[in-house]
Design a protein around this ligand. Structure first.
Ligand code: FMN
Length: 409
């Protein structure tokens, strides 16, 4: 019997996903000069497309080159040249795969060493204990800043559509700018963008409305949202439900549920408020509840390494299963599952005493696999966390220099 995971799925915009498996956004940090995708990115996405995943969501693409989640990030603005993005979309769609671009603004989650604009709803800096100094101090956004930001999301979405992507995903999770507006811990505003959840979600809702009004009705508009931030006093599951109810009234094609931020890396299975998540499919309990009130399709991402777990996610009323780590360790996992349904993806999680350092090392191991695939190599399952971390630091230093030259231009 074929698994439900391999059944197609039609989205509200009419597009069909060939199966229920999605590669969740993973920032590649592999841009070429000019912060654009190059040959390595094309190789990487073709590899995923050929591996049998139905939907590929790109790593976050910045709507403003002056504010980046990392120095090797991709930027797509109103006046960006389209050719590198057309090539990227083409490589991701090689196998009838749906390709969406995730679009994002980091807000206050910007490394101080990089420079650029550090914006946030209010002036609350990131608190990572002894690592806090690594991040820039945010400036509170004015109304003009907010207006410009909404327009930037629209511009980037339109360019993604022109380049041949099938949809976009607005990044409203993981403590980036939209998520900073959603959380009462980072949003201390007294105007119509702060206070009640109705006000805190105004930015996200305005972006969805503005994008949807400009792109074709057949172009997918999706959102990544935290089921909760997992911080005391932060955006919680009740807030998330109110946001979902508001999005029910808009033409949203898919909501991906995740959780956490740099301060509380729940997306890696660890929370700051001590709440325990499921060992596999971290956010399934939340997603299940949300799916009951959501009229749009729901996807959840986090911790899925085995086919049985993906099947369990679907059996609980979720429509699409997202995977990041598992597809970095094995880009052909969906095709391999068709041959061996017991196959489990390698889990590279690093567990050192310093939780922040462990989290960065885990990311470094995973990012190294993306770089290897970009070079046409196989992932290296036994990659050393220390070596990967050092390699990552050296790479980031070089990329930071290059980014600063870009910024100066
Ligand atoms: C290297 C790396 C980069 C990531 N970059 C992004 C990103 O750009 N946007 C995003 O929404 N999530 C990003 N994530 C989070 C993943 O999309 C996903 O939510 C998380 O890894 C949990 O899923 P998993 O257990 O299947 O990896 C990233 C994760 C990793 C490991």
């Amino acid at each position: 019997m074929t698994s439900a995971v391999f059944s197609p799925f039609t989205l509200p915009c009419g597009a069909q996903l060939p199966n229920r498996l999605a590669k969740a956004a993973m920032e590649e940090n592999m841009s070429d000069e000019g912060q654009v995708p190059g040959p390595n990115m094309l190789r990487l996405y073709q590899r995923w497309a050929e591996g049998g995943t139905g939907l590929l969501i790109t790593g976050n693409v910045m709507v403003d080159g002056r504010a980046m989640t990392g120095p090797g990030g991709i930027v797509l603005e109103k006046n960006s040249a389209l050719a590198p993005f057309e090539a990227w979309a083409k490589s991701a769609k090689k196998n009838n795969t749906q390709a969406w671009m995730q679009i994002n603004h980091p807000g206050r989650q910007v490394y101080a060493a990089m420079g650029g604009d550090v914006l946030s709803p209010s002036t609350v800096p990131l608190d990572l204990g002894k690592h806090s100094h690594l991040f820039g101090k945010p400036r509170a956004m004015t109304h003009k800043d907010i207006e410009h930001l909404i327009q930037r999301f629209v511009d980037t979405a339109l360019k993604a559509e022109q380049a041949g992507f099938d949809g976009i995903q607005i990044h409203g999770a993981h403590g980036y700018l939209i998520s900073q507006f959603l959380s009462p811990l980072t949003n201390k505003r007294k105007d119509e963008f702060g206070g009640s959840i109705e006000n805190r979600m105004r930015l996200l809702i305005s972006i969805i409305e503005a994008v949807r009004a400009q792109v074709a009705p057949t172009f997918a508009v999706a959102v990544k949202l935290n089921s909760a931030d997992f911080q005391r006093g932060g955006f919680d599951a009740d807030d998330a439900k109110i946001v979902i109810l508001a999005m029910n009234k808009l033409d949203v094609d898919l909501v991906e549920l995740s959780g956490g931020s740099y301060e509380s890396p729940a997306m890696q299975g660890t929370t700051a408020d001590g709440r325990t998540l499921q060992r596999e499919a971290y956010f399934l309990d939340f997603a299940k509840e949300i799916a009951q009130i959501a009229t749009m399709p729901i996807m959840t991402t986090g911790g899925v390494r085995r086919l049985a777990v993906a099947e369990d996610v679907l059996a609980n009323g979720i429509d699409v299963v997202g995977m990041g780590t598992a597809l970095a360790m094995n880009p052909s996992l969906p095709n391999d599952w068709k041959k061996n349904n017991q196959l489990s993806a390698h889990d590279p999680v690093v567990r050192w005493k310093d939780k922040t350092l462990s989290s960065i090392a885990t990311m470094a191991v995973i990012k190294r696999q993306l770089q290897r695939m970009g070079e046409g190599k196989q992932p290296k399952l036994n990659a050393s966390p220390i070596f990967s971390l050092i390699n990552d630091r050296i790479r980031l230093k070089k990329l930071t220099k290059r980014y600063q030259a870009y910024l100066a231009r």
